[in-house]
Design a protein around this ligand. Structure first.
Ligand code: UDP
Length: 396
């Protein structure tokens, strides 16, 4: 039904333009024939229309939950199908992550973990599965950056939370769904549990219904990637359109690290909900903020499509969020913001679609389900008998 309403709005939007792409008089957004956004607007409208036409929603879950996402597991494990996971393959990548074993339903891990709370966030999801999992050995990368290049270096199996198409790492749901999330001044022990955020941010979203939200773009975060600069610079020129400011992170030394300005105060995810348009950018790898932004029922602008987490693939650009090309210029950002300010119904519809997707298909139980399917399928690929490595410590 919603899709039909959206399509009707789109068709009305398109009909408001005559054959030469000029505006007819009865549409508020088309009053200026010299609008520099006219051509872009037509293109955006057709992309939204096409995306909705071809989108097949995930089926209503009646199984254990994560069927929207499981094709990612098949794709990531496919390179290992021909040979299976051999001892040699594991040994070739031991230095790329933390070694884990499951033997006789017991979990073992190498004694040192580079980021203990990240390991703990990972183990939280593996422990409940031990009863049902076969013996296996795996290398889990807890760093932000993926490890196994498609075109060079060893090709053994390494599990990582995020990657681009250039990497062969096998994606797992990040530790931060449970613990080990980034530590910021607001959350010195790390950004907290996803299940709790689902409730608190969506409550904040209710306090700020679409009609009451401030109609401007919003971003707070550190300069982990300079891809964020153009939005921050646009904000410095036009604070009525977008409020985007850099905050400190642990590496901050001087205003140079916040693009020659004093760092801004941090803003909670809940307070992001005041704004209609929220921006996501990659950081070192994918940024954890992406999933949180949808819970506000604000419209999410997702810049760049290279960096992914496991759940990104089930979300569709223009249906659930607004895709923006990598390294957008200030003018491109201004143009897309103005488009959605002028097409408020469409903005609201996409915001609601994004919220519904995350609410229905990214529950903590979906994350647990993904881990189950991932390790079950991974276990089926094991081609040798795993014996307990005496150098490892028993975790559970
Ligand atoms: N963050 C936040 N409020 C702020 C600044 C950051 O909630 O004012 C969150 C942000 O959404 C992300 C995490 O802190 O989930 C780290 O953000 P940062 O921009 O420093 O790094 P990123 O991980 O995005 O590269």
């Amino acid at each position: 039904m919603k899709i039909i309403i959206l399509l009707t709005l789109l068709i009305q939007g398109l009909l408001a333009l005559d054959s030469e792409g000029q505006c007819s008089a009865n549409r508020a957004e088309c009053t200026s024939k010299s609008s520099p956004y006219q051509k872009d607007a037509n293109s955006i409208l057709s992309q939204i229309k096409a995306a909705n036409k071809t989108y097949t929603p995930c089926p209503k879950e009646k199984d254990d939950g994560c069927s929207c996402h499981t094709s990612v597991i098949e794709r990531d494990l496919a390179p290992f199908n021909p040979t299976g996971i051999t001892k040699e393959a594991i040994e070739s990548v031991l230095s790329y992550g933390t070694k884990y074993q499951i033997v006789d339903h017991t979990l073992y891990r190498q004694k040192a973990c580079m980021f203990p709370s990240r390991c703990s966030g990972i183990e939280h999801f593996i422990k409940p599965l031990l009863k049902e999992l076969p013996n296996m050995e795996m290398v889990v990368n807890c760093r932000d950056w993926p490890q196994i290049m498609r075109d060079r270096g060893p090709k053994g199996p390494v599990l990582s939370f995020s990657k681009t198409a250039d990497y062969l790492d096998i994606m797992y749901p990040a530790w931060s769904f449970w613990e080990g999330g980034p530590a910021i001044a607001l959350h010195p022990t790390g950004i907290g549990r996803w299940d709790k955020y689902r409730n608190s941010i969506s409550m904040a979203g209710k306090k700020w219904p679409w009609e009451d939200k401030i109609g401007k773009g919003f971003f707070r975060g550190s300069r982990t990637s300079d891809e964020r600069d153009s939005l921050v610079l646009l904000s410095r020129k036009n604070l009525d359109l977008v409020d985007a400011q850099y905050t400190k992170n642990q590496a901050w030394k001087s205003p140079k690290d916040t693009l020659n300005a004093e760092p801004a105060s941090e803003v909670t995810f809940e307070d992001h909900c005041q704004y209609k348009y929220l921006f996501n950018f990659r950081g070192v790898a994918a940024s954890f903020r992406f999933k949180h932004l949808f819970l506000c029922k604000s419209l999410v602008f997702h810049v760049g499509s290279e960096w992914n987490e496991f759940f990104y693939f089930a979300m569709k650009p223009w249906v659930h969020y607004v895709p923006i090309k990598s390294y957008p210029t200030e003018q491109e950002l201004e143009s897309i913001l103005l488009f959605f300010k002028e097409h408020d119904d469409i903005a609201k519809e996409i915001a609601q679609n994004g919220y519904k997707f995350i609410w229905k298909h990214l529950k903590l139980s979906d994350v647990q389900c993904y881990w189950r399917k991932l390790l079950t399928d991974y276990g089926k690929l094991m081609r040798y008998d795993v014996e307990v490595d005496k150098n490892l410590k028993k975790i559970a």
